[in-house]
Design a protein around this ligand. Structure first.
Ligand SMILES: *[C@@H]1O[C@H](CO)[C@@H](O)[C@H](O)[C@H]1NC(C)=O
Ligand SMILES: *[C@@H]1O[C@H](CO)[C@@H](O)[C@H](O)[C@H]1NC(C)=O
Ligand SMILES: *[C@@H]1O[C@H](CO)[C@@H](O)[C@H](O)[C@H]1NC(C)=O
Ligand SMILES: *[C@@H]1O[C@H](CO)[C@@H](O)[C@H](O)[C@H]1NC(C)=O
Ligand SMILES: *[C@@H]1O[C@H](CO)[C@@H](O)[C@H](O)[C@H]1NC(C)=O
Ligand SMILES: *[C@@H]1O[C@H](CO)[C@@H](O)[C@H](O)[C@H]1NC(C)=O
Ligand SMILES: *[C@@H]1O[C@H](CO)[C@@H](O)[C@H](O)[C@H]1NC(C)=O
Ligand SMILES: *[C@@H]1O[C@H](CO)[C@@H](O)[C@H](O)[C@H]1NC(C)=O
Ligand SMILES: *[C@@H]1O[C@H](CO)[C@@H](O)[C@H](O)[C@H]1NC(C)=O
Ligand SMILES: *[C@@H]1O[C@H](CO)[C@@H](O)[C@H](O)[C@H]1NC(C)=O
Length: 869
């Protein structure tokens, strides 16, 4: 009997589950009066996020929470939770409802467990209040255009693209800021022990506090510190990819309102989570498996934690198990006689001898001990007006209370008072240089030891050099012998070095990723999955009026472009590749699939292709506003491009390029960036077109290619190393980008540039003006009157950096995007350009007819030396 009863109960339960299952509804919006039941979901338009009730894995299954989840993640992941401290019970009915008064409530029976508190504030309540989940994972309650409430303003423990980590200090008495609070435990979303937010003092550092109901910036309670923001990354997080993922600071420490934002192209792929144990980690969703990959996490070793070694000590991570090794800074000693053998360094270190400055009030008696490659200490003062290292040093030397300084282009001039807290030695080439003020006597004792070391080093070097010279001689003799008997032919394989070695590249531009092209596996894996629509030749012939001249839009490097209209009415641009492009079918297909993978709002979209017999055709979206050159170089239309539009275009191109060079993970070098390849949509959004053509027509996907029989690219936009030696890299794209920006600012074509001032090209001309402090004169007269000179000059400055002669002197695109997005970044000075390359097209043919660089004497190479100011 009992058995039958159990079976019946199981059946009922099963039936109940079935019923629940059948009832599960999927909403795209909840309007007033509608409810989200236990099994229902509210899904974002792109399907990446959904709002639903859940019980966390490993938690109490009876407790139910309303949360936003990643729809595609394999393991349930909830970046946002509504009723984290007020769960509803699974035992009785519950729902989430948009009430008649326009409020979102989580209800258990008739009890309100959680509410948005929006009903009274909204005068428009009762009018069409709807709840949606956006493609970024934001829960938005709105009435018409007005947003009444957003989940992003009330974050849980996860920082998502599109959120702000904000601080507003305009009102002294009530500082407002965004705080993230960890879950209590992995199975319990309730408010936990750790809180992350901006330093309320306005240092623009992020802190994690422990037990911080009252998160202050006092050292007690601080668990972790990001370090100062250095334009592209945090001092304590030398993870440069941060800014590649669009992480940036809006505002700076001198302002009372600031925020960090994080905008990735694909908003459903990255998240930062504050774990219940206080670890902050960044994750990326792997497309193929739905698993989360840890991109970065801190603190992971004791040294990452705040002030592990106490004041005036440095923390280094030993080899074994990441344990912390503390040591007093040079010129300091443990506070008590005990050497802290118990490992308790909380008391830190004190000066072993007082500063001359303090003791005798003499300013010349102190010097600086250098501490390279560290996480700079907390409580820095920012000398916002100091522009170079010397001045920063003087600032510190001239102030007896200054205990240390540091200068870098990213952070500017930072100075510290007497106690230096939370110094971590990176020891792997990362970090920043700290200069700690010590009495001159401390430096002298150091230098005695140094002298001995120097002597030893010199002796060793001499011995090595002698040995080396000897062995070279030996080799030469051998080769002579070999040549005489006719073996060992000369191998003269040039290995062009466009890759900037990290040391050589200027610090402010370099990123470790620059030298390493991302692995191409993605291409292959993705390529097979990607299904690009195939068009039949007949369809396209019909759409374009049999490729009639009347429909011709233009001529690309490798074929003609026609406007077409599909039977559905959709307008398309059709590029018919000329038959002589000389490429095999397989290669073409592979390349097309690759281009189809490149999707970004600043790249023109490939809709499909057609391969039929000899015909190879690409179908793109149609751009009603044609290309940038049609505006820029047309006397009648150029004034339509006001400065804001031009800036918008520059930023758009930069973002598209960022995607090509970095975010797409394919590392595509465009090679033919120019005004006519920038298309404009209805809203004047720029879209890079013809991308990937270089790959189709002969490149391998390395950083550099020597192209000998076909010029891919347009003279005037080509970097010197590409034009002269056929070498290209992402930095030759940067050159083209720089030219493009100069053209956008000036409204003048580089190729037609014959200015009065001799035979300068646009680079030389722009540099001369800028160097003479007359940069404004470059601005297109058509817009000059209404153009904010400051913005234009900043773009000009950036453009001049992009067109530096040496590839390694040019910034990379993440830097440019970052610099465009921030007013405060201090840009380095460009060097004067030295080459002005002007060739006729026949000379150009000659230039590329033969093997690379032997023949560039055929070209009229004008060397113009300009002098710096
Ligand atoms: C709504 O107001 C109540 C009472 O003031 C408060 O406890 C609750 O946190 C508020 N809810 C939200 C989502 O802010
Ligand atoms: C509510 O919204 C719908 C569609 O968005 C619209 O058709 C309707 O007129 C709106 N009603 C009111 C009262 O605003
Ligand atoms: C904020 O405090 C500073 C000094 O503490 C004071 O000078 C300033 O007037 C205050 N501002 C406001 C808005 O209260
Ligand atoms: C901090 O939180 C931990 C863990 O919850 C607790 O054991 C400890 O007592 C708290 N400390 C303070 C000072 O509140
Ligand atoms: C936080 O600390 C400040 C000063 O230490 C105090 O005035 C304030 O009341 C505290 N707030 C809370 C919520 O404890
Ligand atoms: C924070 O530090 C300041 C000085 O550094 C001190 O005056 C203040 O009392 C501290 N506040 C707390 C809550 O410890
Ligand atoms: C904190 O938790 C995360 C996630 O569970 C884990 O990866 C990390 O190692 C933990 N950190 C520490 C210091 O325990
Ligand atoms: C963003 O990532 C998701 C999940 O991997 C993917 O399905 C989606 O297509 C991507 N969106 C874009 C615009 O690439
Ligand atoms: C370290 O030393 C300080 C003061 O000497 C003491 O208050 C603290 O409890 C010690 N911590 C540990 C973990 O022993
Ligand atoms: C000297 O340096 C200290 C610490 O950085 C700073 O607080 C103080 O304002 C400085 N004094 C002057 C006159 O610059």
């Amino acid at each position: 009997m009992a058995h039958a009863g159990v079976t019946a109960a199981a059946l009922v339960l099963l039936l109940f589950l079935r019923v629940v299952d059948v009832d599960a509804a999927e909403f795209s919006a909840l309007s007033q009066g509608q409810s989200l039941g236990a099994a229902d979901t509210l899904v974002s338009p792109n399907g990446a996020f959904a709002l639903a009730f859940f019980s966390p894995l490993g938690g109490d299954p009876n407790r139910r929470y309303l949360g936003v989840k990643y729809a595609r993640a394999a393991e349930p992941t909830f970046p946002w939770v509504a009723n984290r401290d007020a769960p509803v019970s699974a035992a009785s009915p519950y729902s989430a409802t948009v009430t008649a008064s326009g409020e979102l409530q989580v209800l258990q029976a008739d009890r309100v467990a959680w509410r948005t508190n929006t009903s009274s504030s909204s005068s428009s309540s009762g009018n069409n209040v709807t709840l949606v989940v956006t493609d970024t994972g934001n829960l938005v309650l709105s009435s018409g255009e007005e947003r009444l409430w957003e989940g992003f303003h009330h974050p849980t423990d996860t920082f998502l693209p599109g959120m702000h980590i904000a601080l507003d200090r305009r009102d002294n008495s009530s500082i407002t800021r965004t705080l993230f609070t960890s879950w209590r435990s992995p199975g319990d979303p309730a408010t936990g022990d750790f809180t992350l937010g901006l330093d309320p003092q306005g240092s623009a550092q992020l802190y994690i506090w422990h037990n911080a109901t009252n998160a202050t910036s006092n050292s007690s309670g601080i668990y972790w510190r990001s370090g100062q923001w250095a334009n592209t990354n945090f001092v304590g997080v030398p993870w440069r990819s941060l800014y590649v993922y669009g992480f940036k600071l809006n505002g700076d420490p001198s302002q009372s309102v600031m925020s960090y934002t994080f905008n990735t192209y694909n908003t459903s792929l990255y998240r930062f989570k504050l774990h219940p144990n206080g670890t902050e980690a960044c994750y990326m969703l792997l497309d193929s498996t739905g698993e989360w990959e840890t991109v970065w996490a801190q603190p992971t070793v004791p040294c990452h934690k705040y002030n592990t070694c106490g004041a005036n000590a440095q923390c280094a991570t030993g080899d074994d198990h990441g344990q912390a090794t503390c040591a007093c800074l040079k010129g300091f000693e443990p506070k008590s006689a005990a050497e802290y053998g118990d490992g308790n360094w909380t008391q830190g270190c004190v000066r072993s001898a007082p500063l001359t400055c303090e003791e005798k009030d003499v300013k010349g008696g102190d010097g600086f001990a250098d501490l390279p490659g560290v996480k700079l200490p907390d409580f820095a003062a920012w000398g916002s007006t100091v522009g170079d290292e010397g001045a920063c040093r003087d600032l510190c030397l001239g102030n007896c209370s200054c205990g240390a300084y540091s200068y870098s282009s990213g952070t500017g001039c930072l100075t510290w008072g007497q106690d230096l807290l939370d110094i971590y030695e990176f020891g792997d080439g990362e970090g920043y240089d700290l200069h700690v003020k010590v009495p001159a006597s401390v430096l002298e004792t150091g230098s005695k030891a140094k002298r001995w070391t120097t002597v030893i080093v010199i002796v060793v070097i001499v011995v090595v050099v002698v040995l080396a010279a000897f062995s070279v001689l030996l080799c030469k003799c051998r080769r002579r012998i070999k040549e005489k008997i006719g073996i060992g032919g000369r191998q003269h394989k040039r290995t062009p070095s466009l890759l900037c070695p990290a040391r050589e590249a200027r610090q402010d531009f370099s990123g470790p990723t620059t030298t390493q092209p991302d692995p191409p596996e993605d291409v292959e894996n993705g390529g097979k999955k990607c299904e690009l629509p195939l068009f039949s030749f007949e369809t396209l012939a019909a759409a374009t009026g049999d490729f009639s001249g009347a429909n011709k839009l233009g001529e690309g490097g490798f074929g003609h472009v026609y406007k077409g209209t599909l039977p559905t009415g959709e307008e398309i641009a059709v590029k018919r590749l000329s038959r002589s492009s000389g490429q095999g079918l397989e290669e073409f297909k592979n390349e097309v699939i690759l281009i189809a993978k490149l999707q970004h709002r600043n790249l023109v979209k490939l809709l499909g292709c057609c391969i039929q017999g000899e015909e190879k055709i690409l179908v793109y979206e149609y751009m009603p506003n044609k290309s940038l050159d049609a505006f820029l170089f047309d006397p009648a239309r150029r004034s339509l491009l006001d400065w804001n539009t031009r800036l918008h275009v520059i930023e758009g191109i930069a973002r598209g390029l960022l995607y090509l060079h970095r975010d797409s993970r394919l590392r595509v070098v465009h090679r033919d960036l120019k005004a006519s390849n920038i298309l404009l949509d209805r809203d004047m959004n720029p879209k890079i077109s013809d991308f990937g053509m270089a790959r189709i027509f002969g490149g391998d996907d390395q950083n550099q290619v020597v192209n000998t029989n076909r010029v891919v690219g347009t003279l005037g936009y080509m970097s010197p190393e590409y034009a002269m030696e056929g070498l290209f890299s992402v930095r030759s794209d940067m050159y083209s980008f720089g030219i493009l920006v100069l053209e956008i600012i000036s409204g003048q074509k580089n190729s037609s540039f014959h200015h009065m001032e001799g035979s300068l090209n646009i680079v030389g001309y722009a540099w001369q003006l800028w160097n003479a402090g007359r940069g404004e004169e470059l601005i297109d007269p058509a817009i000059q009157a209404a153009c904010p000179a400051r913005e234009a000059l900043r773009c000009l400055h950036l453009a001049l950096l992009c067109v530096q002669d040496h590839a390694c002197d040019r910034p990379d695109i993440p830097y440019v995007v970052m610099a465009l997005g921030s007013d405060s970044a201090v840009l380095p000075m460009p060097r004067p350009p030295t080459f002005t390359l002007q060739c006729t097209s026949s000379e150009r043919e000659a230039l590329f007819r033969d093997k690379a660089h032997e023949s560039y004497s055929a070209c009229d190479l004008t060397v113009t030396v300009l002098h710096g100011r």
